[in-house]
Design a protein around this ligand. Structure first.
Ligand code: AMP
Length: 191
């Protein structure tokens, strides 16, 4: 099983690169942001609960996210592996994911971190906001809060995987194909 965490701040290109990775390596994509947005559009209780956090750019409580990922893994049939995008976003989520995957004997093979500086992130997110329709992509204060939350709560997750010798950083500025080439090189070594 090729289970990979695609890591990076909001706007780093995780969604774009995930699409290319799942196609080339035939992996199952699990994006917690996408899952929450689906719940929101379907008006589920989970979606309503998550909305107030998402609108402000804050993190949805860990237990809610972990439960949702657990359900998604369980309802997925046999796959070559999972690509986790936007998850884990706290050390507690990373620990819970390890427990969950170790039980199934399918641990995380590696984390690929996309590195992009803050000014570039803000530019990209505002540009995406013109077409994404996402409220959290259109307001500078909310975008800045998302980046702040990333630095305070999510960055320690990189250290968690570094300690396990599973961390690979990639410079996330350049053409989509150029960055994908570097990601592919890392994945080919993990296989
Ligand atoms: P994203 O599409 O990954 O930028 O996620 C959009 C929003 O969904 C985030 O700002 C959070 O409010 C929420 N969210 C997504 N993934 C997580 C997660 N792993 N933990 C907590 N909240 C999350």
């Amino acid at each position: 099983m090729l289970n990979i965490v695609l890591f990076g701040p909001p706007g780093a290109g995780k969604g774009t690169q995930s699409e290319k990775i799942i196609e080339k390596y035939n992996l199952q994509h699990i994006s917690t942001g996408d899952l929450f947005r689906k719940h929101l559009s379907e008006g589920t209780e989970l979606g309503k609960m998550a909305q107030k956090y998402m609108d402000e750019g804050n993190l949805v409580p860990d237990e809610v996210v972990i439960g949702m990922v657990d359900d998604k893994i369980k309802e997925t049939g046999p796959v070559n592996g999972f690509i986790f995008d936007g998850f884990p976003r706290t050390v507690h989520q990373a620990e819970a994911l390890d427990i969950l995957l170790n039980e199934k004997n399918m641990p995380i093979k590696g984390m690929i971190a996309l590195e992009v500086d803050e000014e570039e992130l803000k530019k990209r997110i505002l540009l995406r906001g013109k077409t994404s329709g996402r409220a959290d992509d259109q307001d500078v204060a909310k975008i800045e809060n998302r980046i702040k939350v990333y630095q305070a709560e999510t960055l320690p997750v990189a250290e968690y995987y570094r300690k396990q010798d599973k961390y690979e950083a990639i410079h996330g500025i350049g053409s989509i194909d150029e960055i994908f080439g570097k990601i592919s090189d890392v994945i080919d070594k993990l296989k």
